[in-house]
Design a protein around this ligand. Structure first.
Ligand code: NAD
Length: 436
């Protein structure tokens, strides 16, 4: 099939690469000239495990192309996938749909023959109706259907999740659109469930899923706080809870709060939708408030560990919002660093992938190291903020020998198994009282 992808970011690019790998002809369009130039020159613009090889292969065999020109991408396409950003409105926190609407306007005149316009971006319920209106308004003769095709991929696992999704949800209200989507997802038949639902249900499924996962994270974080006070151990509690199949053992790792480009904005957008439709979503609202506060509490926890030390040096391990990605959007690590900077903290940070992005925000307000150990040299405390597996591999004897004061605040509970206390560290993790 011929596929156009509008927006070549964390969703659009892996999706384009994935569909090209499955044998489709894919043209990706983006507004950012540098991004398109880099991709045309064979340079990947994001980091995703396993993406490079598939990208190079499909660029070479010309199944994957890039352009700045919407017309060039769209005029031949059987399916146009919209994968532009839907950031939060800074004031109202609703999803800002300006990029979606602009994409619909820009493509309208060039749709040629029957085309399915499918929205991969996360959009509020009813957005499909608006896309339809915009395209019809600009091109009354266009033969198309607007479909909702929510994306569930996880950053860091985008390639894996493209080829092995838990489910594919298609919100289509016409038989013709369903047939095209069934054709597009034919390679997935037998591997995953292809769910056809109403367009408004598909739009809601995405937000309802993300908000549920965010609440699950917030729940275990609050439970960890409770364990710290009550003398229980969150590891044992989470294990005991997770063994119940109705609960499941995933998303039960306590940490510094949920972040990333999706959960914070999607919980806010869902809460706004609840208000709009007169169906308040009080659990989601509580999770939003609690998660926002958590980052400040975590920064205070690190600063408390060194409060007796004048001009303490803090080593930060991890800036990305989670491991496996260079994405720092709404990263709890970045928010904790910024909070500590307000308290004039002296910080040296290391992240295996996210430093380039972090520098655009933090500039020279922190120092940057090339390795975890380099960041920890002469430090008074190491703060583990992102769960990069390499942090669990660190040799504690070596770490202790290069630090000024052997203290670790482990907000990802990565070193707990190694019992840093036995190596002479003062060690704080999440969800367990020091003396318990
Ligand atoms: P992104 O910011 O990484 O990429 C969006 C791209 O769209 C940018 O490169 C931008 O230049 C381009 N763009 C904007 N308007 C355009 C236009 N009119 N024509 C061509 N290109 C245009 O965003 P993302 O992280 O890929 O997210 C995209 C959508 O997918 C969002 O709605 C997001 O909520 C959703 N989503 C994201 C993830 C994720 O893990 N990042 C997962 C599931 C769903």
């Amino acid at each position: 099939m011929k596929i156009a992808i509008i927006g070549t970011g964390y969703v659009g690019l892996p999706t384009g690469v994935g569909f090209a790998e499955l044998g489709n002809e894919v043209v990706c369009v983006d507004k950012q000239a540098e991004k398109v130039a880099a991709l045309k020159a064979g340079v990947l613009t994001i980091f995703e495990v396993g993406l490079e090889e598939l990208f190079q292969k499909n660029v070479k065999n010309q199944r994957l192309q890039f352009t700045l020109d919407t017309k060039e991408a769209v005029h031949d396409a059987d399916v146009v996938l919209i994968a532009v950003g839907t950031p939060p409105n800074p004031v109202t926190k609703e999803a800002d749909l300006q990029y979606i609407y602009a994409a619909a306007e820009e493509m309208a005149a060039y749709l040629n023959g029957y085309t399915v316009v499918a929205t991969k971006s996360t959009v509020p319920v009813g957005t499909g109706d608006e896309i339809e209106k915009i395209i019809r308004g600009k091109n009354p003769n266009a033969d198309f259907d607007a479909v909702s095709l929510p994306e569930f991929l996880r950053e860091g696992f985008a390639v894996h999740d493209f080829f092995e999704p838990d489910r594919v949800v298609v919100g289509a209200d016409s038989q013709r659109a369903k047939a095209i989507m069934a054709e597009l997802y034919k390679p997935f038949v037998g591997k995953t469930e292809l769910m056809f639902v109403k367009r408004r249900s598909a739009e809601t499924i995405k937000y309802a899923s993300n908000a549920f996962l965010a609440m699950k994270i917030h729940y275990i974080n609050e439970m960890a706080d409770f364990c710290e006070k009550a003398g229980a151990d969150i590891f044992e509690v989470a294990k005991g809870m997770g063994a119940d199949k109705r609960i499941g053992n995933r998303f039960l790792n306590p940490g510094p709060g949920y972040g990333g480009s999706c959960f914070p904005k999607d919980t806010n957008a869902m809460a706004c939708m609840g208000k709009k439709y007169g169906a308040p979503l009080s659990l989601i609202e509580a999770a939003i408030r609690g998660n926002d506060l958590r980052k400040t509490k975590m920064a205070e926890r690190i600063l408390k560990a060194v409060k007796q030390i004048p001009s303490a040096k803090i080593a930060v391990w991890g800036l990305a919002f989670k491991n496996g990605t260079d994405d720092i959007r709404e990263s709890p690590a970045m928010q904790i660093v910024e909070q500590m900077l307000k308290n004039n903290a002296d910080i040296c940070a290391y992240d295996p992938k996210a430093v380039t992005n972090a520098k655009k925000v933090l500039n020279d307000k922190v120092k940057y190291a090339q390795s975890a150990l380099e960041a920890a040299k002469d430090a008074d405390v190491v703060a583990v903020l992102t769960e990069w597996p390499e942090f669990a591999e660190v040799n504690l004897t070596e770490l202790k020998s290069i630090m000024k004061t052997p203290k670790i605040v482990d907000l990802r509970n990565m070193l707990k198994e190694k019992n840093p206390q036995n190596e002479g560290f003062e060690y704080w993790c999440i969800g367990k009282r020091d003396d318990a």
